[in-house]
Design a binder for this molecule. Structure first.
Ligand code: HEC
Ligand code: HEC
Length: 346
């Protein structure tokens, strides 16, 4: 098709050849750099409020775990273990244990907690290893999430849409339905759980003051909803975990040479090793899904009637058998800091 088009316009042959050669070259260009202006523009005050919420156990059913437990600053935004240990566990990172007595966890979180680097980059299109929270449509903010029609309006970003889910998950933060009213509400209908969590937050005078100061539409405590809560958390994650000052960035933007070993790796990565076929663009991800054969490990995610301990990945969202065991190409930014690897840390 393209060749036929160019043949009928002979003057276009030369540029076409150059463009083709350029795309075949195993080198990179400035276009792949991450720059400060590539990030969503979050409000600094909103991010400060989000920082408090991110570290606040009040958002968990049994008030025993916060987002930071699995995405900790001291562990580069992750937890340093293969499968997360959710509510009921004790300790942090590799020292975290399943807890004791009646509160001991029944089941590990079936997937690895990803680090949070560069998720505020404006190109990010999907969240979670299987991309089940997605930004859809162009030029406006619309999200496809497992909450379907209960997904609230007014979310400021994909990160805000994502933050609606860890709080509702029994193994991560909510706890089991017979343990507390929040989790019982989530089990009944997801938006009922969100409303109960917002009730908890709006009872605290310091939060009342901060939400009023941050959001012009919040005049009294009743105006605080789950939307403001997740928007604040999103502002925090999006501004806090930015990384674009590595030696590779300096190579991209200023041409500063890499070490000889890293330069050889770069050439392999973009050349014979074929990594950049999937790990490309500013975040080293094409944001597509592939079954690369990471072995099953842990409890998996039961699917419908199927109780096999496996994880069908992308197929859970699309229901297309061709998507079985496919997972998102992860970003490789700061990957040296965020082991273990793969959707289940295997
Ligand atoms: C018990 C551990 C745990 C807690 C607590 C937790 N997370 Fe996570 N987080 C995970 C795991 C595991 C995943 C991957 C889940 C998946 O892909 O199905 C994840 C995924 C994410 C992602 C998606 C990252 C990406 O690259 O797609 C974001 C963002 C995130 N969590 C933010 C939060 C926020 C905000 C909170 C608090 C409201 C939170 N997490 C609480 C373990 C946790
Ligand atoms: C066909 C697409 C594809 C190619 C080619 C590819 N990867 Fe990946 N890579 C993936 C996917 C998909 C995952 C996640 C798999 C999972 O979680 O089950 C992944 C995971 C990774 C991870 C783990 C990252 C993390 O945070 O967990 C690293 C590191 C990685 N790849 C490096 C490479 C290197 C190096 C090459 C070249 C030798 C390469 N990849 C080639 C698709 C690809």
């Amino acid at each position: 098709m393209i060749l036929r088009f160019y043949r009928s316009f002979p003057g276009f042959w030369a540029p076409a050849l150059l463009i083709t050669l350029a795309t075949l070259m195993p080198t990179h260009s400035r276009a792949d750099a991450i720059l400060a202006q590539d990030f969503l523009d979050f409000d600094a005050q909103e991010a400060q409020l989000g920082r408090l919420l991110f570290y606040d156990k009040i958002l968990s059913g049994n008030q025993n775990i916060s987002c930071a437990t699995c995405h900790h600053h001291s562990l580069h935004g992750a937890d340093g273990i293969s499968l997360g240990i959710g509510e009921g566990g004790t300790g942090l990172g590799p020292d975290r244990t399943p807890g004791e007595g009646t509160h001991r966890i029944a089941e590990r979180v079936p997937r690895n907690a990803p680090a949070l680097w560069n998720l505020g980059h404006s190109e990010v299109r999907e969240m979670f290893h299987d991309g089940r929270v997605e930004r859809i449509g162009a030029g406006y903010v619309a999200f496809k999430t497992p909450a379907k029609e209960y997904t609230p309006a007014g979310l400021n970003s994909l990160l805000a849409a994502q933050a609606l889910f860890p709080i509702s998950s029994p193994t991560e933060m909510a706890g089991h339905p017979d343990e507390n009213p929040v989790s019982a509400a989530f089990a009944e209908r997801i938006d009922l759980g969100w409303a109960m969590l917002a009730d908890r937050v709006r009872e605290i005078p310091e939060y009342q003051r901060l939400f009023k100061a941050t959001y012009p539409d919040v005049h009294d405590p009743d105006d605080i909803t789950i939307v403001e809560i997740v928007n604040a958390i999103a502002a925090f994650i999006g501004t806090e975990w930015q990384s674009h000052d590595s030696p590779y960035d300096k190579w991209l933007t200023e041409g500063t040479p890499l070490s000889p070993e890293a330069e050889r790796g770069r050439q392999l990565f973009f050349g014979d090793a074929g990594c950049s076929g999937c790990h490309n663009g500013p975040r080293f991800t094409d944001q597509n899904f592939y079954a690369v054969g990471i072995p099953q490990f842990g409890p998996g995610r039961p699917f419908g009637e199927d109780t096999m301990p496996h994880d069908l990945g992308r197929m859970e969202t699309t229901r297309n058998p061709e998507d079985a065991y496919k997972f998102r190409t992860p970003s490789l930014r700061n990957v040296a800091l965020t082991a273990p690897y793969g959707h289940n840390g295997a």
